[in-house]
Design a protein around this ligand. Structure first.
Ligand code: GLA
Length: 729
């Protein structure tokens, strides 16, 4: 049994972890424990840490010694003695914000329900178990439903919250965070994935100390700067040892994740929609669903934690035809031509791409009415036949004759001032009354909180998809939200716009998913500015960064891999010198780094030398042969991102096959040679080892490869790379 409700103790067990709560004698739902499996034990002592501490506060004279301020609470509301970050803040009809949540009941659900309007883990194999716990304000009928699902095999607890207003009057929600975990321990490090455009998701580790640490976005999207995935870990936690807790918010808008040390040395973790710029009115009888957080715990370091996330995302977040299937090998024309193309030029690139083994041609930005640069036409999703030189379906059928599929770029959420859509509907732009909206990349953001806008964009996109044989969409979003104001909502409901915007985007994505099940969506946001579990529910791959320099990609893809599986990372071979960094790198390294992702091409193939074309032919061949291993295998980070060389490895689930890649980051002259140890192999088996296509004469045992390692002599100078294959004999 994964979940049990035993008198006042509620326990969720996964293969290696336990999550436990208890109703205490005051009727609070206390958090007892989250960590390594308890195998039937009860962490009841943890629930008592709220007693016997200075200046206790209580409503009840019987319980003078229990203070909600230090009690380990599973969820709590502002205004009634919990001075830590409280996940819930409500403003009742009389203007008061005092709310005290008491346990009402806990019950098992037959299956994991969908979350209305929001992406969430699905229980496709019906193996998870879900419990729903109802808390209620002590005085008014405000109900809080906490939902927990245990995914046993993946060591995951998914958690969400729904607020129901039965107070008889309107209320306003001012904060509804999803999760709150009060930990007994106090010595933690907090890991966030920080960045900026072109440098997304760089791992940043800080000691909690006595402070509060926050990772957050207020940009309207999950952002380049922070990511809605964080790790809290023991100070000694490494890749392969130590305790670590992961939390991934399945949401693509403003978020906060914070950890604070309390006065008594315990710590509180919270995560959810950012409460700044958020308020949500609920009429009597209405409910509010907050997004899900995916929690996982590993007592064996980050590697196991990442495996848990990779498995749950692949098996229970991805949906549709492409969930686990081989992804198309794309040729995208953006870095090849930018806005400057005709159908003939595109066809010439497609022909070369077909020669090297790409199977899908993607026409990026610039194909729609009047779009010659980035200062016009967003919002007018009609083909510019004059620029193209022919109707789109003529180009698509010529590309089809090469045996290739076709994909198209859209930026559905944005609008140019110089567009027919803006001229017809200036009120559809996010803009405060009497203020000119700020431009970002010369464009405004559409008011996706307005269902009429979503309908119109769906209609235009459908028109393109219905009349052209399109099997892939690149869904871009190239700015942050400012001037957040919707003409479709009254003045006192503007605090809802940020969240309703995200719901509108999800609604549009869901309609495209449902109506066009053969279309694969790849997300993009000026590179990786919205790479999160919310988007991955609709688009199982996301362009990891506009920085396509393989040497910079090492840290980006390293950081991304802590939560997100390799198959979700859009990654292409591009030109050398790189357009962003001007750095030149060998073609093999560009390809090796792109293979730790979806693999594809984004350069003008018509300008390559015959030798480079031949290399790319064999690289594509190699990728196709190893695609299942890369896509579905276990991923190991063999070095950290500050090593002299960066190495990673894929191992098939049955350990019969593995592939490692090493990239030299800093030239290694007069320095010790690399002896690389590998991981995840079968220690009792013998492996045949092939280095850059050359088979080693001797066989190596799994133990030798993992404990001693292999001397690597094939790389020495900066940006060289090498590939090692392992085949069990
Ligand atoms: C963004 C994307 C790029 C490309 C351009 C097109 O910057 O990240 O990949 O699609 O837009 O304008």
């Amino acid at each position: 049994m994964s979940v049990s409700i035993n008198e006042n103790i509620i326990t969720l067990n996964t293969k290696n972890t336990t999550y436990q709560m208890a109703v205490n004698e005051n009727g609070y739902l206390a958090h007892l424990y989250y960590g390594a499996a308890l195998n039937g034990a009860v962490a009841i002592e943890r629930g008592k840490v709220g007693y016997h501490t200075g200046l206790p506060l209580a409503y009840d004279s019987k319980s003078r010694e229990l203070s909600p301020d230090v009690c380990p609470l599973e969820y709590s509301a502002y205004g009634s003695g919990d001075f830590r970050t409280t996940p819930l803040k409500v403003c009742f009809a009389d203007g008061s914000s005092v709310c005290e949540l008491r346990f009402v009941k806990a019950e098992m659900l037959a299956s994991k329900p969908e979350l209305s309007g929001l992406p969430a883990l699905h229980d496709s194999d019906n193996k998870s178990q879900t419990v729903e716990i109802c808390l209620k304000d002590k005085i008014l009928d405000l109900r809080v439903y906490l939902m927990y699902t245990a995914f046993e095999e993946e060591d995951v607890i998914a958690r969400s919250v729904r607020i129901e207003n039965h107070t008889g009057k309107d209320i306003v929600l001012e904060s509804v965070l999803t999760t709150c975990i009060d930990n007994y321990e106090d010595e933690f490090d907090f890991i966030a994935f920080k960045g900026r455009p072109h440098f997304e998701r760089h791992l940043s580790r800080t000691s909690l100390g006595d402070l509060k640490i926050t990772s957050e976005s207020k940009r309207g999207s999950s952002s380049h700067q922070d990511n809605p995935f964080v790790i809290v870990c023991s100070k000694d936690c490494t890749e392969t040892a130590g305790d670590c807790f992961g939390s991934a918010l399945v949401y693509s808008g403003n978020f906060t994740a914070s950890m604070e040390k309390t006065q008594i040395g315990t710590s509180r973790f919270v995560m959810g929609i950012h409460p700044e710029n958020f308020s949500f009115k609920l009429k009597n009888g209405q409910s509010f669903q907050a997004p899900e957080v995916i929690h996982s715990f590993s007592s064996k370091g980050f590697e196991k934690l990442s495996h848990n996330y990779h498995n749950i995302i692949r098996n229970h977040l991805f949906r549709g035809k492409y969930a686990l299937a081989q992804r198309p090998i794309l040729i995208n024309n953006w870095e090849a031509t930018y806005f400057n193309f005709t159908a003939d030029k595109l066809l010439a690139i497609a022909k070369e791409a077909q020669r090297i083994g790409a199977d899908t041609f993607v026409l990026d930005d610039g194909w729609f009415l009047g779009r010659k640069g980035d200062n016009s036409s967003l919002g007018d999703w009609f083909v510019d036949e004059e620029k193209l030189g022919c109707p789109l379906n003529v180009l698509i059928s010529k590309i089809g004759e090469l045996g290739m599929k076709f994909g198209l770029w859209f930026e559905p959420e944005c609008i140019s001032e110089n567009s027919n859509l803006y001229r017809a509907h200036p009120e559809w732009v996010l803009q405060a009354p009497a203020r000119p909206g700020m431009l970002g990349r010369k464009q405004w953001v559409l008011d996706m909180s307005n269902p009429k806008v979503v309908d119109k964009i769906f209609e235009m996109m459908s028109n393109i998809l219905d009349n052209n044989n399109i099997e892939y969409i690149k869904w871009d979003f190239n700015r942050y939200l400012t001037d957040v104001y919707s003409t479709a909502l009254p003045a006192n409901r503007q605090g809802e716009v940020h969240h309703r915007y995200v719901l509108g985007v999800y609604n549009l994505l869901e309609r495209i998913n449902k109506n066009y099940p053969n279309v694969l969506i790849e997300g993009c946001a000026s590179g990786g500015g919205r790479f999160d579990c919310g988007m991955l529910y609709y688009s199982p791959q996301f362009w990891a960064s506009d920085n396509t320099d393989p040497m910079d990609r090492l840290a980006i893809q390293y950081g991304t891999s802590f939560c997100y599986p390799v198959i979700s990372m859009g990654s292409h071979v591009t030109a050398s010198p790189n357009h962003v960094t001007k750095r030149a790198t060998p073609i093999k390294t560009r390809s090796n780094v792109a293979m730790a992702g979806t693999f594809g091409f984004e350069l003008d193939l018509t300008t390559l030398t015959g030798a480079d074309i031949e290399t790319l032919c064999s690289e594509t061949e190699f990728y196709k042969r190893n695609s299942e291993l890369i896509r579905l295998g276990d991923y190991y980070r063999l070095t950290n991102d500050s090593s002299r060389h960066i190495a990673w490895q894929f191992v098939s689930k049955d350990k019969s096959q593995a592939l490692a890649v090493l990239v030299q980051k800093t030239t290694r002259v007069n320095y010790k040679p690399i002896i690389q140890k590998f991981r995840g192999l079968d220690s009792n088996a013998k492996y045949c080892v092939t280095i850059d296509g050359e088979k080693c004469e001797q066989l190596y045992s799994g133990t030798a490869l993992m404990e001693v390692g292999l001397g690597i002599r094939t790389i020495k100078y900066e940006s060289e790379s090498t590939r090692i294959e392992f085949q069990k004999v």
